[in-house]
Design a protein around this ligand. Structure first.
Ligand code: HEC
Length: 302
């Protein structure tokens, strides 16, 4: 498609060029004008056509339209100038650790990642020391256990995927490190999913060990409702309602999936400002350099 448009417009431009060259000698350029109109028409219709094809291709073809799509929630980090809410990320880590970590791993996160974002270095060290990690071999060739260090990854609740399935009625709890990037709707979806549990509608019977959640594709999910009011107690005194926990854990999961979130926006802003200023300067310089060419008059003498 693009190749065809490219070729037609190139041909048209070539034609326009040659016809305006032909008419240059006597300063009359009717032919050139016609060709220009023609090029504009072709380019116009090509653009409309491409836009049409692009829209048609972009709208998804859904195999089934029964699941509920999450609404867009007003996250405090949504805007171009908004950073992640650090206190919320910290509370979210607490929710993950005390609730979700019973079933979900976050294998791409180490304790050192918490430093400077969720807690300071000493606190993170103490946090890491709470877990026991397999290490070794020692001098006699035996594996041994030692308290965790900053360089250790978050512990996984199950030894392997089979053990995880066996403990969850055959459903595998996915690793949560990148989950908000791995699902359509990101944190909106996870938030809606965590709070969306309800009774199945009439006519739907669920297999043993499945729960009804309209946001989960298919409706039947292997994860029971995990969040309830007051299920944990926040160390900063925030009332731990189910929706507060869901909001905090989603902010935490966004940070986990995109730790560069704040610096990305900061860099983007700097780039926009610098390139904006450079654009203004280069426009001025362009006008300055081209004044000579734009204002000259060419006269052909016989
Ligand atoms: C009792 C174990 C358990 C707990 C606790 C738990 N989950 Fe799950 N979770 C599961 C299982 C099992 C699945 C897989 C469900 C399936 O595929 O049907 C799952 C799936 C998910 C999914 C993926 C859904 C999808 O679209 O595939 C997300 C997101 C999720 N859990 C988030 C959380 C969060 C956040 C918490 C903590 C607030 C949590 N879970 C607590 C067992 C659990």
């Amino acid at each position: 498609m693009a190749a065809i448009i490219g070729r037609t417009s190139r041909q048209a431009l070539l034609k326009a060029k040659s016809s305006s060259l032909a008419s240059q000698a006597n300063f009359v350029s009717f032919k050139g004008k016609n060709a220009k109109k023609w090029v504009l028409a072709v380019l116009g219709s090509a653009t409309v056509g491409t836009a049409g094809v692009a829209t048609a291709l972009a709208s998804p073809v859904l195999a089934e339209g029964l699941e509920l799509h999450p609404p867009k929630f007003p996250w405090s980090h949504n805007g171009m100038f908004d950073a992640l809410d650090a206190a919320s990320v910290r509370r979210g880590y607490q929710v993950y650790k005390q609730v979700c970590a019973a079933c979900h791993s976050m294998e791409y996160l180490c304790y050192r990642n918490l430093v400077g974002v969720i807690m300071d270095e000493d606190e993170a060290k103490r946090e890491a020391e709470e877990i026991m990690v397999d290490d070794g071999p020692d001098e006699e060739g035996n594996m041994f256990k030692r308290p965790g260090k900053l360089s250790d990854r978050f512990p996984a609740p199950y030894a392997n995927a089979e053990a995880a399935r066996a403990a969850n009625n055959g459903a595998l709890p996915p690793d949560l490190s990148y989950i908000v990037n791995a699902r359509h709707g990101g944190e909106d979806y996870v938030f809606a999913l965590l709070l969306g549990y309800c009774d199945p509608p009439a006519g739907i019977t669920l297999r043993e060990g499945l729960y009804y959640n309209p946001y989960f594709p298919g409706g039947a999910i292997g994860m029971a409702q995990a969040l309830y009011n007051e299920i944990i107690e926040y160390e900063d005194g925030t009332p731990a309602t189910a929706s507060q926990c869901a909001k905090d854990v989603c902010t935490f999961l966004r940070w986990a999936a995109e730790p560069e979130h704040d610096t990305r926006k900061q860099m983007g802003l700097k780039a926009l400002m610098i390139f904006g200023a450079m654009l203004a300067v280069s426009y001025y310089i362009k006008r300055h350099k081209w004044t000579v060419l734009k204002s000259r008059k060419i006269a052909f003498k016989n």
